[in-house]
Write a protein that binds this ligand. Sequence first.
Ligand code: HEC
Length: 152
Amino acid sequence: MEMRSIGLTMAACVLFSAQLVASRAESEQQELKLVTPPLSMYRDQIRPSADSLPVPAGFSRDQILHGDRVFHGEAANGQCSVCHGVDGKGTTNGNDLTAGMFIWSDGSVKELKRSILHNMAVAPGRDGDLEPADVDAVAAYVWAISRGEPVK
Ligand code: HEC
């Protein structure tokens, strides 16, 4: 008799604590959502306005505009935005290119171009559809979106 009620009490305890753990996990998930909106897949992905992005030295506004089209699949069959996001802030398949910090380069156009040429399957020589001029333009575009807010 006593053993039975101890058993029941224990079962109730186990159930109760399992529920506690579950609700804690839920609220932790909610917290995560709250602190990571920029990297969330569910954020609004806003395409930067290529007209107001900065232009790196030695490049033209036309190259930024072309790079923007390559990045977003409107020229040279560029697929960058599929992996790096319409806003360049990354998806689960490609990292954030707007943070001003790069894993594979110092962020100069020259080095970004090297990363794109050697690491991205979309590049010429890696069977992609990009021509050298497209790489120049999209490297300048990535430089521009990595510079933070567009110049007003
Ligand atoms: C199939 C998905 C995919 C496509 C398409 C793609 N990328 Fe990437 N890209 C990645 C991934 C994944 C990485 C990170 C690779 C790594 O760290 O090893 C990366 C890395 C980079 C980097 C280096 C980032 C750093 O932190 O140093 C640059 C620059 C870049 N991509 C630009 C581009 C451009 C421009 C295009 C389009 C012409 C493009 N990518 C298309 C997936 C993609």
